[in-house]
Design a protein around this ligand. Structure first.
Ligand code: GLC
Length: 765
């Protein structure tokens, strides 16, 4: 716990208040009426943020926030009060910072007492655990950086990115240290591949967020050791807290993504279905799988290329022996509508004569050992490997140049893997040397942003070179990576618990700004079953990264290997996904403005309804669609909670009044879906892949009372939408089904729809 002493003096410059305590400095910056930064320079005088880049800060500051003369007062004794139009921060002796609403409601106060960790283990066990290198409760105390905040006894807490477990993270503890652990991830896992030190606290009267921007190894105890508080601590770095107000969860997400950036609009085809397997090891394998999708009439955009396409796992090479001459397979499959998506790992094989090794070594682009005497070596797929030092722009540019070689060859999207970074000879030591641009530092600081920088390198190169919207899928990342990357949740397994875990995990990633996200459908490791695969394609049907992927050595996961019933169910839900594509795309367009994801927990829109606070087995798609998949084996009836309002079953057209549970039959081929009364949902006709047909026609799925919607349409690939090259429609449908269309924005080069069809929900029964 830092010792601050008493407040001595303070100085105000624009919206920055620099406070000198007897023993410590604190800088409070008011960024907007709802975003306040508290910075304690424990380790460096400047922020060194990787989540909030210059352009992000300019965007926030362009809102032109200025504190006025009455903003800073000293209400009582030595306390300093900073007021915005919506919030007050009160700073007192001892370095305590408390946040209140303007009418004095305490939103977030610092905990004044001592943390008392739970000691469920005896001294002997604790010592043994420590000796084995594990973190035990008392070693989390006395970290150089810490902040412990009071919460209400039943205040739900969301966030932290890809962490396993439930939506509400209360009663669990977590760590941010990007980790590739191949065993079955379960709810007590403390760290996975991503570090997102952001939580959303849903206090009864005011939801708010806490973002601790620090890339060093950090720890969150979410009311586990004590129901009274949430405790954050870190091994090093600064206390760099962004207090994010908003009052409602959606405003908090909006503010957090205003600060750290939003997921850019993807190319339309990337939202379609993808097939993958680590084990499609030749052109023949890929072609056969691709053709089978067309033959069975299951839509598909890509059969992805896992590590085998490389020559001996050397990044940026091509295995001609098994995959034929460079570019040939791509051309052949492009003709059938398949776009090539290839994996890239950072680990670069150490081998004389290999161009990546030669270039990287000659230019000093790899991490160095602690003594800085030679390049650091560990092992990954290609054997002994070096790790590019992505924190430097020259290294990112070098990497990007090779990414451009891939896109020149026809590659349409990149899948970044093993970028925690993974290492087969034990973890990279924390004292491995790398750089943050020209500042020498160590892996201790860089570890959690390794995947972030690799994603940035890839995204920027692709955007600049192809002039299209890049799809970069990543396994590891940090807060703010959503500006560059879509995410998938790594190596899950074919387990019912992992299907169940998908819902809170993807909802949470979305609440942390990652609007394009997905899991390996069917499960990556272990062996799937026909029932599990069916339930998984149903539950994942609204994913923004929609891919079946499995591991070498496990049961293959193409639907046709499980018989006709599975194929029919699989086809039905992949087709349903494509029918809903324009709705999903509309939501991603809106996300540019509001930061809200496509897949949302119910609590995001029904935050006064306690039933939704920790509802883990159903979700919303936008505001208008509610999905309640079956995620238990053998179950054919589904208990569904419908929140307040009127809902219609998508499948039967039946009308329900909400705020109650209903029971719906859900045999294997049926996933309950509900549409909110008053909705108009844009809907495509069937297609085998994006680009197969012209988008001349749009269907509008309407509930009986009619309603309206704003619908967005663009060319689906390039960046001209940023300059207004898109059509924006307002569709209004009366209760009698009469449609009126208004064009709110007209594109220069995107043809408008020629045909509009109203589909009444009742009629599609
Ligand atoms: C990692 C990835 C997985 C991939 C495999 C081989 O385990 O998470 O998706 O298939 O490496 O490249």
């Amino acid at each position: 716990m830092l010792d601050y002493g008493k407040i001595k003096t303070w100085e105000v410059k624009d919206n920055v208040i620099s406070i000198s305590f007897e023993k410590q400095k604190m800088i409070v910056t008011v960024l907007t009426d709802e975003i306040i930064n508290v910075f304690v320079p424990i380790w460096s005088e400047d922020h060194r943020s990787k989540a909030i880049e210059e352009e992000d800060m300019e965007r926030v500051l362009s809102k032109g926030y200025t504190l006025n003369a009455e903003s800073i007062t000293t209400p009582d004794g030595n306390a300093l009060q900073i007021s915005t139009n919506n919030l007050k921060a009160i700073i007192t002796d001892g370095g305590y910072v408390d946040f209140y609403t303007m009418d004095g409601y305490p939103v977030s106060r610092q905990f004044r007492g001592e943390r008392v960790p739970i000691k469920t283990l005896g001294i002997w066990e604790m010592e043994l655990l420590k000796a084995e290198g594990h973190t035990v409760a008392d070693t989390v105390l006395n970290k150089p950086v810490s902040d412990t905040r009071v919460i209400e006894r039943d205040e739900p807490i969301y966030g932290l990115g890809d962490k396993m477990g439930l939506l509400d993270k209360r009663s669990y503890e977590y760590e941010n240290w990007n980790t590739d652990d191949p065993s079955a991830h379960n709810e007590q896992y403390r760290s996975l591949y991503k570090s997102i030190p952001f939580i959303i606290c849903k206090k009864s009267k005011y939801a708010y967020g806490l973002f601790y921007d620090n890339t060093f190894h950090s720890y969150f105890d979410i009311a586990k050791e004590n129901r009274e508080y949430v405790a954050y601590s870190a091994d090093d770095g600064n206390l760099d807290l962004y207090f994010i107000g908003g009052g409602k969860i959606k405003n908090v997400i909006g503010n957090y993504t205003l600060l750290t950036g939003r997921t850019p609009l993807p190319q339309l085809w990337t939202l379609g279905y993808h097939q993958c397997r680590w084990g499609y090891s030749s052109a023949k394998d890929i072609t056969e799988v691709a053709e089978k999708f067309r033959e069975l009439d299951i839509p598909c955009e890509s059969v992805q290329y896992d590590i085998d396409y490389m020559d001996g796992y050397r990044v940026f090479t091509w295995n001609e022996k098994d995959y034929g001459p460079k570019g040939e397979l791509f051309d052949k499959l492009y003709k059938k509508g398949f776009k090539p998506v290839v994996i890239i790992d950072p680990g670069t094989k150490r081998e004389e004569g290999y161009f990546m090794y030669e270039e990287g070594t000659k230019n000093g682009f790899f991490f160095r050992n602690a003594e800085d005497t030679e390049d650091y070596v560990n092992e990954v797929w290609p054997g002994e490997a070096n790790y590019p030092d992505f924190g430097r722009s020259e290294v990112r540019k070098w990497w990007g140049k090779h990414i451009n070689d891939l896109t020149d060859m026809g590659v349409a999207a990149i899948w970044n893997d093993m970028n925690e970074p993974a290492s087969f000879r034990g973890p990279l030591p924390e004292d491995v040397v790398g750089y943050d641009e020209d500042r020498r530092t160590t892996h201790r600081e860089l570890h959690n942003v390794y995947g972030h920088f690799m994603g940035k390198a890839t995204y920027e190169a692709m955007k600049e070179h192809t002039k299209k919207r890049p799809l970069v899928i990543t396994r590891a990342c940090y807060s703010g990576s959503q500006k560059y990357c879509a995410v998938w949740t790594g190596d899950n397994q074919s387990l019912w618990s992992h299907l169940q875990g998908m819902i809170p995990q993807l909802c949470t990633l979305g609440m942390c700004g990652f609007a394009v996200n997905g899991v390996d459908i069917g499960g990556f490791g272990a062996d799937t079953t026909p029932e599990l695969l069916c339930r998984w394609i149903e539950a994942a049907c609204f994913s923004t990264f929609f891919r079946n992927h499995s591991a070498n050595g496990c049961t293959r996961q193409e639907p046709w290997l499980f018989g006709d019933e599975v194929v029919d169910i699989y086809r039905k839900y992949v087709k349903l996904h494509y029918r809903f594509l324009p709705y999903i795309y509309d939501l991603l367009h809106e996300e540019q403005e509001n930061g809200l994801p496509v897949m949302r927990p119910l609590v995001l829109h029904y935050e006064n309804d306690p039933v939704t606070f920790n509802l883990n087995d159903e979700f919303l798609v936008g505001e208008k669609v509610l999905v309640a998949p079956v995620v238990n084996p053998g179950e054919t009836m589904r208990k569904v909670y419908l929140p307040e309002g009127t809902w219609y079953s998508y499948n039967t057209g039946e009308k329900y009044e909400g705020s109650k549970y209903i029971l719906e039959e859900a045999p294997l081929d049926h996933m309950p879906i509900y549409i909110k009364a008053g909705s108009v949902i844009p809907f495509y006709d069937e297609m085998s892949y994006v680009g197969e047909k012209n988008f001349n026609k749009i269907n509008l799925l309407v509930t009986p009372e009619g309603g309206n919607c704003i619908h967005y349409q663009d060319g689906g690939e390039d960046l001209s939408y940023l300059n207004g090259n898109y059509n924006l429609y307002r569709f209004t449908v009366g209760p009698n089904g009469a449609l009126s269309t208004e064009l709110l924005n007209k594109a220069e080069t995107v043809a408008e729809y020629k045909e509009f069809a109203v589909i009444s929900l009742k009629k599609i029964v």
